[in-house]
Ligand binder design. Structure first.
Ligand code: PRP
Ligand code: 7HP
Length: 181
């Protein structure tokens, strides 16, 4: 058990099982299509790396980097592009991969941003859904797990850049962010 852990939400094995199911479903849904998987940095890194290995189709990979949280546990509400796509996605079948949907502001912005680049189709896959904090509705096509309104870290998710390399997902003890880092 990690000293900053309030509660473990999902252990490594459970995450792996769910990610495998998502990969299998995506493989069926995109069969015969040219699939471009786009990860939103940095939180989706570990999820994406695992997910694509359960996708049994050829995949192109790209990343986009945006920032809305900075060093806080609350979204600033403003999305900034820090690194744009390298690939031209026009005419491609795009799957955008996100670690968590919280207020929905990041995905709402990126959905519009991607659709303006005219992909043949556009779908979203998010590991975690935190519906209790939603400010804007975004249609997500594939979800891993739904979670309560608590701040979670691990498996790519951070607080102030810590904890991303934990292989499980845990609720962070509030004292950690209330006291700052
Ligand atoms: C986090 C997370 C999502 C976004 C979700 O990103 O990775 O991209 O916030 O929040 P929302 O639904 O309220 O918009 P963050 O800006 O913390 O960057 P990171 O992925 O590098 O940790
Ligand atoms: C962003 C984010 N990052 C880490 N843990 C959470 O619970 C989060 N919600 N939104």
């Amino acid at each position: 058990m990690h000293p900053d852990c309030e509660q473990v939400l999902f252990y490594e094995e459970e995450i792996r099982r769910r990610v495998r199911e998502l990969g299998e479903q995506i493989s069926l849904d995109f069969k015969g299509k040219k699939l471009v998987v786009i990860g939103i940095l940095k939180g989706s890194l570990i999820f994406l790396a695992d997910l694509i290995r359960f996708i049994t189709l050829p995949v192109f990979i790209d990343f986009i980097s945006v920032s809305s949280y900075g060093k806080s546990t609350r979204s600033s509400g403003t999305v900034r592009i820090l690194k744009d796509l390298d690939l031209n996605i026009r005419g491609c079948h795009v799957l955008l991969v996100e670690d968590i949907v919280d207020t929905g502001l990041t995905l709402n912005y990126l959905k519009d941003y991607m659709e303006r680049r005219r992909p043949a189709s556009f779908k979203i896959c998010a590991l975690l859904d935190k519906p209790g904090r939603r400010k804007v509705n975004v249609a997500v096509d594939y979800y891993g797990f739904s979670i309560p309104d608590q701040f979670v870290v691990g498996y790519g998710l951070d607080y102030n850049e810590y904890y991303r390399n934990l292989s499980f997902l845990m609720v962070l003890r509030p004292e950690v962010y209330e006291g700052g880092r």
